[in-house]
Ligand binder design. Structure first.
Ligand code: NAI
Length: 357
């Protein structure tokens, strides 16, 4: 049978985003060569801060629209000290991509979580203003309005319950701050419990205030499984999750469009790390994990019924196993207490499982 073909657009961005994207492309090539049931065609777009400084824009006109023709987006990291973060972030990090950011920890015995992050509204909706427009005036007033919609909340909560349903422990924790924020967060809670009724008896669920949640993540990590939170809360909690698991360099994220109308985007959660950029020491594990999640997601694309899909899910599992083997052999970057560079870790990834098994 002919291999399934996927076109992937890579946006390496800045700093270590470039190194880890290169590492992920290498490993994805090894994976597809080993399996032979799927291939990737990569296109790279240089939408970086360097380009922004030279041309005045990250994505050219129509650039974002042009991403629609790809099967998936692989993103490194964007942001550099000489461009204010609110510019790089709003121009490049797609805020209108749909839904969640699953974050999972490799050691299943202690931390094994999926964080489902609302990613199109909430605190990062971009509503607000500054009067007068200068932030330096003596009486400047600025507002930052959170937007919560019934449709948006129901969509993310339902996705979280469906995710929890497929996890071994079938447990969902909802994160809120409705004790202090009396409008948006109350709607969030209300819609959560409405949707929850559909899953009664199938998924166990509970509610945590976000401040208490940070404590529970540290002191009772094994009591958590799937977590659903707003854009801001999940943003912060996912960094905490990454730090708890050893390094921010290992955590993956997926920006999914569950309807599959638009390509989904996969990226490690870390940024461009200017402090270590250009030294060849960035940890590529989060990049590989994100690549594995991309393979898993593409398995379910509409052309992938039957064997094609099974083979790709198996490939994603094999890649995860290969990553674990590398770490177990002690081939680790400095952030994990090792001595190896990005390239050594990347070259050490060996797909040993039987593609036909
Ligand atoms: P960061 O994640 O780039 O770095 C935080 C710390 O973690 C640094 O000490 C860094 O060396 C370390 N680190 C991060 N990834 C690592 C890896 N793979 N291996 C080893 N160590 C790693 O966060 P920071 O410094 O707050 O942001 C730097 C720039 O990146 C900013 O411009 C920010 O806006 C941008 N950023 C972009 C993101 C994205 O594109 N999704 C996400 C977060 C930040």
């Amino acid at each position: 049978t002919t291999p399934r073909k996927f076109s992937i657009v890579c946006i390496p961005g800045d700093g270590i985003g470039v190194d880890i994207t290169e590492a992920a492309v290498q490993v994805l090539g090894t994976l597809s060569d080993t399996f032979g049931t799927f291939t990737f065609q990569f296109t790279t777009l240089d939408w970086s801060s360097k380009n922004y400084r030279q041309r005045g824009y990250y994505a050219p006109e129509g650039g974002i629209e042009g991403l629609k023709k790809y099967d998936a987006i692989y993103f490194g990291a964007v942001g550099w000290p000489d461009v204010p973060d609110h510019i790089s972030l709003w121009q490049m990090i797609p805020t209108h991509s749909h839904d969640p950011q699953p974050i999972r920890q490799p050691d299943p015995s202690a931390l094994d979580w999926v964080i489902v992050r609302e990613n199109s509204e909430g605190e990062y909706s971009g509503h607000g203003g500054t009067t007068p427009s200068s932030a330096h005036a003596a009486h400047t007033v600025a507002t930052e309005v959170s937007i919560f919609t019934r449709v948006g909340i129901a969509r993310i909560v339902r996705f979280a319950f469906e995710t929890a349903l497929r996890r071994p422990r079938r447990t969902l924790t909802m994160v809120t701050k409705s004790n202090a924020q009396r409008h948006g967060m109350v709607l969030w809670d209300t819609v959560f419990y409405e949707v929850a009724r559909e899953y009664d008896g199938r998924v166990a669920y509970d509610k945590m205030l976000v401040d208490a949640m940070t404590v529970r993540m540290v002191t009772r990590p094994q009591s958590l499984d799937t977590i659903v939170a707003t854009n801001l809360h999940a943003d912060i909690l996912s960094d905490l999750a990454a730090a708890l698991s050893g390094s921010i360099g290992i955590a993956p994220s997926s920006n999914l469009d569950p309807s599959r109308t638009y390509p989904s985007m996969f990226e490690p959660i870390h940024g461009s790390a200017p402090d270590i950029a250009g030294q060849g020491i960035a940890n590529p594990i989060g990049a590989f994990w994100s690549a594995a999640e991309m393979v898993r997601w593409l398995a379910g694309a509409s052309d992938g019924e039957g064997l094609g899909a099974e083979s790709m899910v198996h490939a994603a599992d094999c890649l995860m196993q290969a990553i674990a083997n590398v770490t177990e052999q002690g081939v680790k970057t400095r952030d994990l207490g090792g001595k190896s560079g990005t390239k050594e870790v990347t070259d050490a990834v060996d797909i040993v499982c039987d593609p036909k098994a």
